[in-house]
Design a protein around this ligand. Sequence first.
Ligand code: AMP
Ligand code: MG
Length: 332
Amino acid sequence: MYFTSRDVDSRVTSVLGIEGTAWNLSAAIVDENDVLAEATATYMPASGGIHPREAAQHHANHITGVIKKVLSRGIGIDAVAFSRGPGLGPCLRTVATAARAISLSSGVPLIGVNHCIAHIEVGRWKTQAVDPVTLYVSGANSQVLAFRAGRYRVFGETLDIGIGNALDKFARSVHLPHPGGPGIEELALKASRYIPLPYVVKGMDFSFSGLTTAAESSLCKASLEDVCFSLQETAFAMLVEVTERAVAHTGKGEVLLAGGVGANMRLREMLSIMCEDRGVRFYVPEKKFMGDNGAMIAHLGLLMLERGNTIAVEDSAVLPDFRPDDAEVTWR
Ligand code: AMP
Ligand code: MG
């Protein structure tokens, strides 16, 4: 493997970021202005959902190629950042091992990034959002977050599975391809009626596993199109309700959408209606910055590097349950 660490007196700072918390292995180099290089390798399960050991094996098989590709442009790097958590332990450890090896062999600092916060920060970087309430909706995570008293606080979150996993699980049960979200979105457009499904919001938290089971059971009395539509309407209404209440509580004037499920046009429409009603601005980053990506890890790594927020290799154990509210925010 070949890479150049940057000359000490060079003016532009660049960071290599590596993401691999779940099914997407991705590396990117960013500087203050832009993404300079990026490469991705995506794990697709042969059947069923993500198998942590198989996903980690996929990342181990592809990480050299992915990193070589971004470094082949000859861009010098000032630090290497990796997703420290939350995520699947075997996947996190594979990525962390590569990041540590690069740090040690090239003499650049190592930075351990909180994956959820990286989604928010790349959204703030790539849109006009300054201080938003963020709805982060991905495969494994579903959270409503906002910056308050020096940290990213979780105002509401799933009590069981992430919305993406709920959609994928339902999709699998009706033999739609993985990941299931896009297929469900397409079928929902052909629906003719809404079937009532369990709407589960408890305080500021929500739950999806019962909803998925109920959707599967409804197939005996409704078409697949109607169930897909009803599943989306119910789940997204829950997410929008909690986001709206977080906006009301915090008094913030912006909402940011993050995570792979943010690709869904109906979810965007529902959020934009809520934001328009409340007179707050709604921001959606470009799709490639919404799902898991190396650029978001590199970008937050850069913000942390500027504040000296680096980590020694011996202290860099991965944190599969790393909560965003446990991360110190030094850059805001
Ligand atoms: P992430 O974990 O952020 O990479 O996002 C992956 C999740 O996004 C998977 O669960 C997908 O099913 C989901 N997803 C992708 N596109 C869509 C879509 N158009 N509608 C709903 N979910 C989607
Ligand atoms: Mg994610």
